[in-house]
Each structure stands twice: as C-alpha cells, then as structure tokens.
Design a protein around this ligand. Sequence first.
Ligand SMILES: Cc1cc2nc3c(=O)[nH]c(=O)nc-3n(C[C@H](O)[C@H](O)[C@H](O)COP(=O)(O)OP(=O)(O)OC[C@H]3O[C@@H](n4cnc5c(N)ncnc54)[C@H](O)[C@@H]3O)c2cc1C
Length: 326
Amino acid sequence: MSVMVWIEQNNNGPVGNSFEVLGKAKELAAALGTQTVAVLVGGDTANVEQVRSYGADVVMTVTSPSLASYRLSAYVKALRKAVEAAGATVILMAATVRGREVAAMLGSELEAGYAPDAIDLRVEGGKLVAVRSVYSNNILADVTFNSPVQVVSVRPRSFPMPEPGAASGEVKAVDAGLSEGDIKEQVIEVKSTDTGEVSLTDASIIVSGGRGVQQDPAKGFELVAQLANVLGAAVGASRAAVDAGYIPYKHQVGQTGKTVKPDLYIAAGISGAIQHLAGMGGSKIIVAINKDAEAPIFEKANYGIVGDLYQVLPALTAEFKKRLGK
Ligand SMILES: Cc1cc2nc3c(=O)[nH]c(=O)nc-3n(C[C@H](O)[C@H](O)[C@H](O)COP(=O)(O)OP(=O)(O)OC[C@H]3O[C@@H](n4cnc5c(N)ncnc54)[C@H](O)[C@@H]3O)c2cc1C
C-alpha cells in the first residue's frame, strides 16, 4: 500500500500543480499510515533532485527513450509498472489536460475507482474520500470507493504549493519494459505554443474577455491583455469569443475549456452561462464587467461593474498601474 503521485513534466520541467497534489498526498499517506511515492516518467532523470526536494518518501523514475515525448499509451504503461512496483492503492495526479486523460486510462486499465477533477481529499475511517464540485460549486459531492485501487485527478490550485526543502526520499528506478511496437502513437513533430505567457491553470489572477468585445474584438482583447499585463495575470476567454475566432482555444475557460481556480477572476463582456461558470465558479473573488445589469454573471460575482468594457478596462488598467507603481 502507498499513495502515489505522478509528477507531470513539460518542456519547462515538472508541472507545479503536481507538487500541490504531492503536498496533500503526504497528509493522506500519514493518515493512512503509509508512504508517499512520487513518480517521474520521461526520457531521463534530469529533474529527479527537484522532485526529491518536495519530500516524498520514495521518488520512482521510469525512463526510456520511448518516453522522451508524451504519448498517452506509453505513459500509462510506464505508470502501471510504477503502481505495481510500489503496490500503490491511491494514485493521484493534477487534472491538467494530460493528467485527465492519463488518470482516466490508468483507472480503466487498473479496474480502479476513478474520481476526476476532485477539489479536496481526506481520509475518513481509514478510507479515501474525494470531494467533487457539481454545478459550479453549488453542490459538493463526497466520492468514496468500493475498489481496492483508487485513482483521482485533482483540479489545479486546489491545494497550496508546498515549499521545497532539502532533497530527501529514496530514488528507485523502475524498468519501463517498453518496446515501440507496444505504443499506439507516434510523435511526428512537436510545435510549441509556449509563448511565455502566464499559464491559465497556474494563474492566481485571470482577466477574461467574452463576446462583449464584438464591436472591435482585436481592440477588446488588447484591453483585456493590457489589464492582465499590469496584474501579472493570465488571459482567459469565453467559448463564444473563441468560436468567433477572437482568440485561440487555449484561452477558453469553461466546461469544454480549462477549469481554473484563481484568487481573482475578472470577466469582461461575459454573460455568465452555466458552461462558463463550470470552469471558473471556484475562483475566490469574481469581478464582472458587463453593460447589462441583468447579466447572470452578476449573481455569481463578488463585485460587479455595470458599464462598457471599452471604458472600464482602460480605467482599471490606469488605476492599477498607479497603485502598483508600474
Ligand atoms: C456543450 C457546451 C459546452 C460549452 N462550453 C463552454 C465553455 O467551455 N466555455 C464557455 O465560456 N462557454 C461554453 N459554452 C457556451 C455557453 O453556453 C455560452 O454560449 C458562452 O459562454 C457565452 O459566451 P459569452 O458570455 O462571451 O457571450 P454572450 O452570452 O453573448 O455574452 C456577452 C455579454 O457581453 C455583454 N456585453 C456586450 N457588449 C459589452 C460591452 N461593450 N461592455 C460590457 N459588456 C458587454 C453582454 O451584455 C453579454 O452579457 C458551451 C455550450 C455548450 C452547449
């Protein structure tokens, strides 16, 4: 028995959200009287010392040239090896785009109970309980498991980022036992869309624009970006804005986009459809800017500004610039 966390990696190294999950995993493992195992899957072990500084009892590495680029079937096979080697019964990972698909496939292959996109975890009566948000946080559902193995993906920013300390934890290498013939996908080319922007799922502040920019979409999203820039925030969008081609899909927040949980979410020209709220309803503070005082977003917002975003956004940017000395 052990609590295992997959430490996802991208071009910039381990994904911070994985360490949020690892911090919580240590609490759960202590309550279950077991160990925490962090697993690194990839082409090499370059980031193992960084992972050791987050205090897992064991850091497992599963490396192979076949794992140098992310491929779902290969990563799931590698993780299965790690699960078997560690005798893991609780398997956790961040509910990133990759984490969601890896957790679902791994859960299915292990015939494990699977709770996607949990926002909290606890141990009750010696058993894991995952808390899931339903109807944009209007209902919190406790999920318990009948299966011996349990897989949970955890919504980014559900737990605080732990501070790294002195490297500890035994390093164990697990043989991936992979051959190219077992892997369904082939990577032909990798084109990075990483432009150095603040990532939506990591952001503590998000400024989003919606169809309300339609009068001049380029100008509207420029105003959104200017405010985001002053606040060190990420830029988000509604699906209507994405579908209209005002901004690329990677910025979409909502049911069919990203789920975010910033400290501050500023929604400009967004009506507040349930599918948008599903992605940002867990934000700590929501500020809505909308020229229609009856827009549903105001029911969810902590602060509402009834006005034209083309006037309100530049006014906010100018004021924040002054106050933040920028
Ligand atoms: C299966 C499914 C999945 C979906 N997934 C998502 C999803 O992931 N994310 C998502 O966002 N939506 C999603 N949608 C779409 C969703 O239902 C809404 O259509 C969408 O969120 C509306 O986007 P919006 O608020 O930008 O546009 P609208 O609803 O058109 O709202 C625009 C708002 O801007 C205001 N406005 C107009 N001009 C100005 C101005 N100058 N200044 C200030 N305010 C102004 C208007 O008063 C209005 O409230 C999904 C729908 C379905 C069916």
